[in-house]
Design a binder for this molecule. Sequence first.
Ligand code: CO
Ligand code: ZN
Length: 324
Amino acid sequence: MIKLLKKLTQSDGVSGDEESVGNIIAGEIKKYCDEISFDAMGNLIAHKKGGKKRVMFAAHMDEIGIIVKYIDDAGFIRFGAVGGLAVKELVGRRVRFKNGTVGVIGCEEEEFSKKADIDKLYVDTGVRDINKMPVSVGDRAVFEGDYTENKTSIISKALDDRVGCYILIEALKKIKKNKNDLYFVFTVQEEVGIRGAKTSAYAIDPDYAVSIDVTDTGDTPSAPKMAVKMGGGAAIKVMDRSILCDSGVRNLMCDTAKKNNIPYQLEIMTDGGTDAGAIHLTRSGVKTGGISVPSRYIHSPSEMVSKSDVEACEELVVKLAESF
Ligand code: CO
Ligand code: ZN
């Protein structure tokens, strides 16, 4: 179980550059579905044929990162954000480019202490000779963040949303007979504006959809009040900034969880959206819900989830795929 999640999180797939993650997933799932394809955007779409109703499950493959904007004569790299970055937390972090080059984020100290502005930060690879610079304008990098686990929890970069990809992969392996026509979609470019979900949902034209992603928790010492806690089970989404979930889908999720003794909790996330936000607005609208893995330190190199929550989400997806 955990070996695959480690492989997924440690693979690099900054938004728009998800290919290597997609190839790992394609290799894992091809035995378990009838058709598998990549669309023009890079979304990986797995189809498991079944009855009349089309049900789409989605998890995003991309992760946040940075993009090189400008390199000065001394080799200091200025960069922009790819996805939502907490600028004041970036100093000292390591970034890794596609060719393996590692750099550290430094800052113009006095300026940065006055205002946490991304323009006051730079990436330093240690290379001062501009002719030997191993990266160029337009190159993207991810934040390094090793995978580690203990008895109850997992810590890594990119658990947002490789843990969702992992859950869909494992669910797909377990679904034996399906009365519905199932589409498991591994989407691109969620972190830059839920873009891959938009085109894939248009192509599939589903009757029902469910996105799998991470959500915040309210269980750290000074966290804003929120009913979700780590270890409390699968979070069934009621709302986030991108969607008010279909109440029929939400009730079906709760009933399915109850019937199968799957621990669950209800999620209202006031920051951030998910693929569900794009999917439910497709064509004339799609009845859409969300299942979330409670996660701390989202968008840091040390995102944290609970193993029992991952299992609960996985089981809920398996049962739900049969329930529509
Ligand atoms: Co995210
Ligand atoms: Zn996410």
